[in-house]
Design a protein around this ligand. Structure first.
Ligand SMILES: *[C@@H]1O[C@H](CO)[C@@H](O)[C@H](O)[C@H]1NC(C)=O
Ligand SMILES: *[C@@H]1O[C@H](CO)[C@@H](O)[C@H](O)[C@H]1NC(C)=O
Ligand SMILES: *[C@@H]1O[C@H](CO)[C@@H](O)[C@H](O)[C@H]1NC(C)=O
Ligand SMILES: *[C@@H]1O[C@H](CO)[C@@H](O)[C@H](O)[C@H]1NC(C)=O
Length: 416
């Protein structure tokens, strides 16, 4: 009997240590809050499995209020009991008291067989072979242990906390739409601009005509200066086409500003995604120079005319707009809008793009004078958590930091 018990306890401890390693070695630690106090030993009692919730299971059902029947209840950062006192519906009984002490009656305390089957998590029992999702990783219950994949997740609670506790000039947020995605998936589906081509980089910089002495205001947003003429960003979702979204949006704003509000339609990124696809870039990234070329040569219809597809992966997402030149440089659509409710299939074209200096002051002047600009930026993993403030990349503090030291290019619209 005793030998059996020791072996069980040993096995249990081994499980715990294994679990702990699992969690500490994970790239993203969803249980950071829980593990912190995990190493605290309570009296002579061995460590409790932080994630298993096998409370009463290890102590049995002690008869009455018994301090020896107490265990750490990590969810509430408190202690819980496994004794008859719990019959009084006290809130300090362990979550598995009822299921364990009532359903498995008949075993004298401390002699219950330790069920070798399945795993526990948050006080819940899972069958062998169960799979649960831990943010972007999936964990399988195998041999009474959770075995988890080791992906780097797009949302890293530790990083959010790190940013928000530090003095970095910006704050971070847990975006629920990114929860469950790996960093690789974030890079693959949420950005979508190719690094600038040599042609783009060799473009001459244009300086603005605003006198250098003009004082720049502390605060400036294009939509305040040109209300109704600028457009809010559209959600690209999992379509890696920031090349198309940012170009269409900047072009729409600029057309409205230059036409003094005569043409205020938002332009269709879907038109670019589906039609400006020489090598079928679409939602698999693309180049902004190609997008501007298309805007100039072929033109785009409005977003209302050619709205975003619900499913960018659908097979019938070919180009649904056709246009021809009227011989005087203007183009006209030859097909009605894909959105049949919208009647205007006017084609909007724009003049060649120009490059603004990378000098911050120059960019500010340009936005104030001519409207929003497009910027190509390098996105690191922390940017996916950006909420407010002036973003600066924060190097990961994680041990596995080489896994995080990656970046991809993204295109955005700067509005102020
Ligand atoms: C550990 O728990 C104690 C009290 O239970 C608390 O005072 C302490 O701040 C905790 N430590 C951490 C790192 O959370
Ligand atoms: C982040 O958001 C997801 C989805 O809303 C949620 O399940 C998760 O618990 C949150 N994580 C943190 C650390 O707040
Ligand atoms: C397209 O399909 C892939 C793989 O099935 C999926 O991961 C991705 O999210 C889908 N993209 C969109 C925009 O629905
Ligand atoms: C940016 O341009 C302004 C003048 O427009 C100049 O005063 C400033 O020194 C420039 N900054 C850099 C970093 O070159």
């Amino acid at each position: 009997m005793w030998a059996g018990c020791k072996i069980l306890i040993l096995a249990y401890l081994t499980t715990e240590i294994w679990m702990e390693r699992q969690y500490f070695s994970q790239d993203v630690d969803p249980g950071a809050e829980f593990t912190r106090n995990h190493t605290i030993l309570e009296g002579t009692r061995f460590k409790r499995a932080t994630f298993e919730g096998q409370y009463c299971r290890s102590f049995g059902c002690c008869e009455d209020r018994d301090d020896g029947c107490v265990t750490r209840f990590y969810e509430a950062d408190a202690l819980c009991y496994c004794d008859k006192f719990c019959e009084r519906e006290n809130s300090d009984c362990c979550p598995d008291y009822k299921s364990f002490c009532h359903e498995e009656k008949g075993w004298p305390p401390h002699t219950k067989p330790w069920s070798p089957e399945g795993c526990y998590r948050d006080g819940q029992h899972y069958e062998e072979g169960s799979v649960i999702k831990e943010n972007c990783n999936s964990c399988t219950c195998s041999g009474q242990q959770w075995k988890c994949s080791q992906h780097v997740c797009l949302v890293q609670p530790g990083l959010i906390e790190h940013v928000n506790k530090g003095d970095y000039g910006w704050t971070a947020q847990n975006y629920s739409q990114f929860w469950g995605m790996t960093l690789e998936e974030g890079f693959k589906y949420r950005l979508g601009t190719l690094p600038p081509s040599p042609l783009l980089l060799s473009m001459n910089e244009v300086t603005t005509s605003l006198p250098e002495t003009t004082d720049l205001p502390e605060f400036f947003i294009a939509s305040y200066k040109w209300p109704g003429w600028t457009h809010s960003p559209l959600d690209q979702k999992n379509c890696a086409a920031s090349w198309a979204f940012s170009t269409a949006s900047v072009a729409a704003d600029r057309i409205a500003i230059q036409s003094q509000g005569r043409y205020t339609a938002n332009l269709s990124p879907q038109n670019l995604i589906s039609c400006c696809a020489k090598k079928r870039h679409g939602c698999n990234s693309g180049s902004v120079d190609r997008a501007w070329w298309y805007l100039r040569k072929r033109g785009l219809v409005s977003h209302a005319c050619y709205p975003l597809f619900k499913d960018q992966n659908a097979t019938n997402n070919g180009c649904a707009m056709a246009s021809r030149s009227d011989g005087r440089g203007k183009r006209h659509a030859t097909t009605p809008c894909p959105n049949s409710i919208e009647k205007s299939n006017r084609i909007y074209q724009c003049s060649p793009p120009y490059r603004v200096s990378s000098n911050e002051t120059e960019i500010m002047r340009e936005i104030m004078q001519n409207g929003p600009v497009q910027a190509i930026m390098q996105v690191h993993e922390d940017f996916f958590n950006y909420k407010t403030g002036i973003y600066r990349h924060i190097t990961s503090t994680n041990e596995d930091s080489e896994k995080y030291r990656k970046f991809r290019t993204h295109a955005v619209k700067l509005t102020g």
